[in-house]
Design a protein around this ligand. Sequence first.
Ligand code: PLP
Length: 431
Amino acid sequence: SSALAPRDHREPNRLWHTFCDMNAVARGPEFVVARGEGVWLWDESGDRYLDGTASLWYCNVGHGRREIADAVYRQMTTLDAYTVYGDFSNAPARDLSERLASHAPVVDPRVILTCGGGESIDTAAKLARRYWAVLGRPERTHLISRTGGYHGLNGFGTSIIGMERFRTGYGRLIEDTSVVAHDSAAALEAEILRVGPERVAAFFAEPVIGAGGVFLPEDDYFTEVARICDKYGVLFVVDSVICGFARMGNWFGIERFGVSPDMIVFAKGVSSGYLPLGGVVVSGRVADPFWNEAGNPFMHGTTYAGHPAGCAAAMANLDILEREDLFTVSLEVERHLDAALRTLSGHPLVAEVRSGMGVMGAVELTGEALDDLGITTAEVFAEARARGVILRPVPRALLVSPPLIITWEQIDHLVSTLAGALDAVAARHGA
Ligand code: PLP
């Protein structure tokens, strides 16, 4: 056959989906998302679905907000793109960094802009190590993170992630990292002492663990963590990629615990995902050695840092969050979602419901369902999607994190559809 012969490119699909077994997806029909409006999505055949996960935790203001598209259009017809590097800046990047700095619970903040969460984690990790090197302490390289913590899948993110399945099969990862129990400040202190405080650069934590399965911190956890980091000089880096921009009723999630970290990593909700954007809010403590003395450049960055169209999207998104007061609204959504999800706790397949802190929740299945009956969360997910509600399956739980504009009626629709899906799966497996 000729090399130029046309090939049927529908069989198999040519698009390599990430986070999935392409052996299954390549030949099956893809689920093509065609359109979005509010909490709703439509597939190519016009069927409607409730977006119970705000895409991947990010569409805080809901889909189809014309004013964000208009802001991007205006920006792109003025200045399409230019990078923030050297002494180059642009107005949307400058305005956005000032706006974020004015709300961040960080002392004397500066803002580095990137295109997403994982890139920002790598930026924060490199900056933490570089900070100590600039201070003449190059041996302070060790990075501590938590079980269940998810910090993106770039080099450092893969190396500090608290879930084994994302770490294996890549050879030797970045060295000088370790993972501690997510629910114990004492475990953090013990690990700092084991490694030696003079070798520890930073501790990374999400306010509420998201992708790892929605694990809420104990009341005094972050107060203790902040005290311990302070005691040993360890930089405290908060990963607010999921928890930020009103998902926890405030700007960066961590405000809920009244502590002030050395760095905050953000992404997702900053632009509600309309364009890719992320970054790091850096405290004066960390920035000063670079800013106040000549000869200490941070030799790190990316081509699209401070992308003006992304920043314009973020500014328009933040306008919506403020104008519609989604910071306050989301606290009511949090309460209603929590109450609705808890009605599932009596279901025979459900071991535990975790919610009540932020607009997010996890419905964990029982060991009997998962390990004995062979039920998978993917099966429940598929059943719910066939009934018009999109959830997120992780190995032992179904996760929900809807747009913050969801109504009570839509929350009830989400939860009753999940209940129906659980019933159907239970019946299929004779549970
Ligand atoms: N950090 C957290 C807490 C996340 O949930 C994610 C993504 O889900 C990331 C970092 C990585 O962000 P990105 O996928 O934009 O690289």
